[in-house]
Ligand binder design. Structure first.
Ligand SMILES: *[C@@H]1O[C@H](CO)[C@@H](O)[C@H](O)[C@H]1NC(C)=O
Ligand SMILES: *[C@@H]1O[C@H](CO)[C@@H](O)[C@H](O)[C@H]1NC(C)=O
Length: 217
């Protein structure tokens, strides 16, 4: 996988945080493979969150983050029911925390819309873009092995309000995490991950996890 990103490195060095903070994401950060081949149906299934940069998620208390995505292509637009669960505290003794998230596909391949009414007073909008920056394969039609998601929200004046990076994978290996981290760097997410509060990536602890049944949650 390493060679996939080599060409991007030189193109993306300018500061990521500028006047219209998210305007470059679709053109310059979402991988061309995603733009040319995006199929929301390939996101269906169970993913483990291996790492994140996201101040809306608890940082030290919890663990075992998992996302079960059900894709509906019979809705207009196509949509995703995302059952997001975690355990607090981390490990087998934790208590399940369950959130039902919803996303809509949009006419821009690789861009989903999510609900985030909590940002509305500052952003002027209750819909937040969620970009699939990379998906872990270059084979059209293959279910995505992993999802590098970037939620970029601007203040009304175009400054960056929120930058959320979420690394979801169908497996929990160190190798896959490393691939996603390399991809994040190669696609220009480094400045977003290392800026803001709290700084850097939170690696999720998936040891001693049990996960709630999708039908019980
Ligand atoms: C992960 O959680 C387990 C218990 O669930 C704990 O024993 C281990 O130390 C944790 N690992 C890290 C790196 O925090
Ligand atoms: C998704 O689309 C449905 C149907 O148009 C709409 O009711 C809902 O508000 C949309 N949700 C988001 C997050 O855009």
């Amino acid at each position: 996988m390493k060679l996939l990103f080599a060409g991007l490195l030189s193109a993306l060095s300018a500061s990521a945080v500028s006047a219209s903070a998210c305007s470059r994401v679709m053109d310059e950060m979402v991988d061309d493979f995603v733009k040319d081949n995006f199929d929301v149906k390939l996101m269906e299934g169970t993913f483990y969150e291996l790492a994140y940069h996201d101040y809306t998620q608890p940082r030290n208390l919890c663990g075992c983050e998992r996302s079960v995505k059900t894709v509906h292509t019979d809705t207009e637009p196509p949509s995703i029911d995302d059952l997001f669960t975690l355990k607090c505290p981390a490990g087998s003794k934790g208590k399940d925390q369950i959130t039902h998230l919803k996303f809509n596909a949009t006419s821009a391949p690789g861009r989903l819309d999510g609900l985030c009414s909590f940002f509305e007073p500052l952003s002027g909008n209750d819909v937040c873009p969620d970009y699939l920056v990379d998906v872990g394969t270059r084979t059209p039609g293959e279910p995505y092995p992993w999802l590098l998601e970037f939620q970029c929200v601007e203040r009304k004046n175009g400054e960056l309000l929120f930058a959320g990076v979420n690394m979801y994978a169908r497996d929990k290996s160190e190798e896959t995490l490393k691939e996603m981290m390399d991809s994040a760097e190669a696609h220009g997410l480094g400045d977003f991950i290392n800026g803001g509060f709290p700084n850097g990536l939170k690696i999720v602890n998936h040891t001693e996890c049990t996960y709630p049944d999708a039908d019980e949650a």
